[in-house]
Structures are given as structure tokens and as C-alpha cells.
Design a protein around this ligand. Structure first.
Ligand code: PHE
Length: 479
């Protein structure tokens, strides 16, 4: 903000923690495991890792550097660099505004599960029903209720607003300092427990060992189309998981000191984010595999549970484990709440920072104003499966609509434009110079320049085309 000292992180560790807190979220704990399960475990892992260290590195470094160079949130950062390209900032601002309401609704679902497991653990009540079979009915009953999903969503937003209002150092940094170590400890403890359960060996193998069978078609022949789908699935996940193409890393980079090494920070953020995703898979996939074998469910069916893996399949597994399962469920959903909250805070902060920069108003009114907008928009997603279920946009529920518009269209578009802007308008040298301002040589600069000019725009364009085809059901793709 002009005329006022801009907020900043207290140091490199705080920045890495904050960016990792943004990156580690529902994407790691909810989305990554079901995608890895669906795309054949180990094979997906290898592809995902390769993408993170190449494409993910390039895009994250670009965004953070743009933020630090301009000292602006995403809304105004691009126009600072070049008047004619300011519209990228506008797209990157719209994305978090559209994502945060539905992200908070899913955060509310997780809160509901946490409360339910707490009830089960401490009072012995059986709100989910005694058997495993009811977990599907419990989930659909909750998300289609008239008010509850909205109420839990609002609670979740209020929690995030409390942190944001306290500011960058006192709110975001401090909450990360508590929540992130807790998250790591819980994740580690749960995964060790799960790995030691008898009967999980096969599932661990499925998850960790690359297996080319999953790239074959029904006749056992290697299929290029399946490989393509796996790569695109991994790429979409990488964007989501690293919080790319939505301006967050620009805003967070703008609070970074000129003395910290951007390259090193990016590598560390990627390591943390990927580690938690890998652990999340280890917590979930082997037990679901074991559950499938024990109950006689075809493994393929269990592995293809999709978004329901965490909310429907996993509670079944917990139910099968009896009392230990209830406590495991409680710990697991506590972990997911921490992860979801720190990510939602980053999304919310990106909106608040833009509002502050644009309207030149203080953090408090900006938080309030943005919070009210988020609650209003989240009503559509929260009630879209229940009271407002009849209202659809292009035949989709609100939540799905917001998800598709952002992750399939706006984010790839913002990413392509950013690459073209950096690669061909301001030129990679502008970014490389800013990276080196801190006195650390940019070791991967030639690789970076090549990626940002040629490879990244080509890859992201492939995502965009495939998403357009998939959503418009062109060429045999179906949702
Ligand atoms: N990266 C977060 C996750 O993995 C999700 C997220 C998306 C956070 C967009 C902020 C912005 O869940």
C-alpha cells in the first residue's frame, strides 16, 4: 500500500512455513490420495514428482518473484511490471474469490466429521450408524441438509477471519507456528500406525511401486491415451496442490524480504508439500486396499472411489477398526482441519490483500467486507446439494461449477498468460535478476528460462485443451 509500510514476514522460515501452509491442504489430504489410487499408485507418484520439480518449480518461482519484485498483491503486481498486462492480475484475483467460498464449505464438511468423531469418541454415540454401510447415507444426508452445511461453513470462515484480522505477523505467522508442526506430527503418527496394521502390505506395494499395468487398456496393451490422462491428472493436481495460478504466491512473495533466497525457498516449499501428499497417500490407500480385500469389494472399485474416498470410504474403514478406528478418525479429521484452515487463510488473505491494495483501506474492514462476501457466495455451494439443489448452472451444482470454472479454465489461462508474459514480454532475465537481488546465484536459471518460454506454456495449454474437451464432452471424454 502506498504511503504505508507494507507488512512483511519476519524471516525466511516464516515465509517458507506460510507458503507451505497454503500449499498443504485439502489438495494433499483429500485430492492427492484419490487421484493416486485411481491412476495406479506408484506410476502416478513418479509422474507427479517429475512434474513438481520441473513445471511446479518454474511456475512457483515466477509467481513469488513477481510478488517480491513489485511489492504488490496479485491484483496490481502485473500492471506494475507492464501496463498492458494488468488483466492477468484481474484473472488471478477472481480465482481465489471464487475458490475460497467452496473451499470453506468443504472445510465445513471436515469440521462436521471432526465433531462427529469427537462425539463418538467421548460420548459413545453412534451418529454415523453402527455399521460401515451407513457412511454413504451419513455423508449425503449431511450435505443435503437445509442449513447445517452452511452453518459449519460459516464457522470455518469465522475461524479463518480471526487469524487474518490479526495480520501477517501476529495472525498468519503465529497460527502457522502452532498448526504446521501439529499437522506434521499427526500425519506422521497416523501413517506409522496405519503402516503397522496387519494386512496393509499389499496396499503399500500398490501405492509405492510403479506398475505399468495401469497404463494399459482393457486388452492389456500400452495405451498412450491412458498415459496422457495420467499426466494431465498429475499436472492438474500439481497446480492445485502448490496453490499456483491464483495469485497467492504473488501476494505471499510480496511480503518477502529482499535478502531471502527465493530459489531455496521454492525448493523447500515443494519438498514439504510433496512429503505431506505422499504421507497422506500412505495413510489412506493401504487401509482402503486392505478393506477392499477383507470385504470382498473389487480393488479397482475401491480405488476408484474418487472424491468420496475421504468422506465415505475412509469412515467405513474406521468403522471396521472399532474403537481404535474412532480415535484414528478423530485424529485424522483434526489433521485435515488444520491443513484446510491454513490453506483457506492463504486464499482469504490473497483476497484481503487485493481489497486493501485496490481500495486503500485497512486490514480490518477489508477482512470484514471480504468475509461477508465469502459467506454470501458460500451459501450457493453449501446449499447446492440440498435446499437450493434445484438451481443449477449449466446443469451443475454450484460447488462443482465453481470448481470447474476455476481449476479447469481460469487457472490454466492465468498460468499460460503468466508464462507468455514472463517468457516473451518482460523476458526471463527480469525474473532472474530479481531472484539474484538477494545475493544468491540462481543456479537453475537456464533451465528456468527454457521452461518458462517453451515447455510450461505448451504443457499448460495441453491441460486447458483437455479440460475444455472433457467438460464439453468432446472426443469421448466424460466427467
Ligand atoms: N494448495 C491447497 C491444497 O493443496 C489448496 C489451495 C488451492 C490453497 C488454492 C490455496 C489456493 O489444498
Amino acid at each position: 500500500m502506498e504511503g504505508k509500510k507494507r507488512a512483511s514476514w519476519s524471516g525466511q522460515v516464516a515465509f517458507i512455513l506460510a507458503a507451505a501452509a497454503s500449499a498443504i491442504g485439502l489438495g494433499n489430504l483429500w485430492r492427492f490420495p484419490y487421484l493416486a489410487a485411481q491412476y495406479g499408485g506408484g506410476t502416478f507418484l513418479v509422474i507427479y514428482l517429475a512434474l513438481v520439480v520441473t513445471l511446479g518449480f518454474t511456475l512457483m518461482l515466477t509467481e513469488i518473484t513477481i510478488g517480491r519484485a513489485t511489492q504488490q498483491s496479485q491484483l496490481t503486481a502485473y500492471s506494475r511490471l507492464h501496463k498492458g498486462w494488468g488483466f492477468i492480475g484481474l484473472i488471478a484475483t477472481v480465482v481465489p474469490i471464487l475458490i475460497v467460498p467452496y473451499y470453506c464449505v468443504i472445510g465445513g464438511w471436515v469440521l462436521k466429521y471432526f465433531v462427529t468423531y469427537a462425539q463418538m469418541a467421548f460420548t459413545g454415540a453412534q451418529p454415523m450408524g453402527a455399521g460401515a454401510a451407513e457412511s454413504g447415507a451419513f455423508f449425503s444426508g449431511f450435505i443435503s441438509a437445509n442449513f447445517a452445511p452452511f452453518g459449519y461453513g460459516i464457522l470455518f470462515v469465522l475461524g479463518c477471519a480471526t487469524v487474518i484480522v490479526l495480520g501477517v505477523k501476529n495472525g498468519i505467522e503465529k497460527s502457522n507456528l502452532v498448526l504446521m508442526p501439529l499437522l506434521f506430527l499427526l500425519a506422521l503418527a497416523i501413517s506409522i500406525y496405519v503402516v503397522c496394521l496387519p494386512g496393509t502390505g499389499e496396499g503399500i506395494k500398490y501405492y509405492l511401486l510403479p506398475n505399468l499395468d495401469c497404463l494399459c487398456d482393457a486388452n492389456g496393451k500400452f495405451s498412450v491415451a491412458t498415459l496422457g490422462k495420467t499426466i494431465l491428472g498429475a499436472m492438474g493436481q500439481m497446480f492445485y496442490s502448490l496453490s499456483l495460478a491464483m495469485g497467492i504466491m504473488v501476494t505471499y512473495g510480496s511480503y518477502m524480504k529482499k535478502t531471502d533466497s527465493i530459489e531455496r525457498c521454492v525448493r523447500r516449499i515443494e519438498v514439504f508439500d510433496t512429503l505431506i501428499a505422499l504421507i497422506a497417500g500412505l495413510m489412506i490407500i493401504p487401509v482402503v486396499y486392505m478393506f477392499a480385500i477383507k470385504t470382498g469389494t473389487p480393488v479397482k472399485e475401491a480405488m476408484n472411489a474418487g472424491p468420496g474416498l475421504m468422506f465415505i470410504t475412509l469412515p467405513k474403514v474406521f468403522a471396521m477398526l472399532g474403537t481404535a478406528g474412532t480415535w484414528l478418525g478423530l485424529a485424522f479429521f483434526a489433521l485435515v482441519i488444520f491443513a484446510a484452515a491454513t490453506s483457506a487463510i492463504s486464499l482469504y488473505e490473497a483476497c484481503v490483500a487485493s481489497v486493501c491494495d485496490l481500495l486503500h483501506i485497512e486490514r480490518k474492514p477489508a477482512t470484514f467486507f471480504t468475509g461477508a462476501l465469502i459467506c454470501f457466495l458460500s451459501a450457493f455451494s453449501a446449499l447446492g446439494y440440498g435446499a437450493w439443489g434445484d438451481i443449477t448452472v449449466f446443469g451443475l451444482q454450484f460447488l462443482d461449477f465453481f470448481d470447474i470454472v476455476t481449476s479447469c479454465f481460469l487457472m490454466p489461462i492465468a498460468a499460460i498468460l503468466t508464462c507468455l508474459f514472463v517468457g516473451w514480454v518482460i523476458k526471463p532475465k527480469a525474473i532472474i535478476d530479481e531472484v539474484e537481488v538477494d545475493g544468491h546465484p540462481f543456479r537453475a536459471k537456464h533451465f528456468f528460462a527454457f521452461m518458462v518460454r517453451y515447455v510450461a506454456p505448451a504443457f499448460v495449454t495441453a491441460i486447458l485443451i483437455s479440460e475444455v474437451c472433457r467438460n464439453l464432452k468432446i472426443g469421448g471424454w466424460s466427467i
